[in-house]
Design a protein around this ligand. Sequence first.
Ligand SMILES: C[S@@+](CC[C@H](N)C(=O)[O-])C[C@H]1O[C@@H](n2cnc3c(N)ncnc32)[C@H](O)[C@@H]1O
Length: 235
Amino acid sequence: MKRATLEKRPDEVAAMFDEVAPKYDIVNDVLSLGQTRRWRRLVVEAVGARRGQRVLDLAAGTGTSSEPYADAGIGVVACDFSLGMLTVGKRRRPDIDFVAGDATNLPFADESFDAATISFGLRNVNEPQKALEEMYRVTKPGGTLVIAEFSSPVVPVWRTMYTEYLMRALPPIARKVASNPDAYVYLAESIRAWPDQDGLAAWISAAGWQDVAYRNLSGGIVAIHRAVKPGGTAG
Ligand SMILES: C[S@@+](CC[C@H](N)C(=O)[O-])C[C@H]1O[C@@H](n2cnc3c(N)ncnc32)[C@H](O)[C@@H]1O
């Protein structure tokens, strides 16, 4: 069984996701106690894309985060570096444009998307600040960035309960339902080591994005950060 460490070596991260790919979506639903569907709907609302626009869904995995755009007739490119995740996605949704690519060196031209979004992916990227710069590069001026990522529960007692869930309850549940339970030890560790809401907002600003704002979901278990690339005209 392969699992990445907090060093997040790209080959180890990709191999780990290759391995979890077949059961990725079902395990997600179980471990999040069904919350992922609501979180995903709010991400799509934050992106606010319209027909005729082109959205980059980075670290798209099996394409679950890309599906709502395709369903709404919006052009979406689902990019990921795990061929295992892409294969599961392409089999399920042959109509979606799946592209193999590394978030830190995107295979897209400058200013080629109206919006760039990444759901539960940035935390796994070896150099997240570089990914934020790459998303900035490929987004048109005036375009939008939306990031959904696990974050820090705001109420201390809730934060304590959640940390207990992550470190104690999640690994045994994962052992029962997941094909690679060790990957869920990595999940718990990587969430704990990830910056809080303001820390991530500072990284986003440092990559050049403006009007950075965030919204907490499920008491801060997840945060959606939104920002805009300067320039361009509204419309
Ligand atoms: C937890 S999954 C999220 C998938 C999907 N966005 C979703 O919401 O279900 C994280 C994904 O990030 C991808 N990933 C991690 N580092 C990456 C990188 N440097 N470049 C591209 N994809 C990466 C992994 O391969 C994995 O598919």
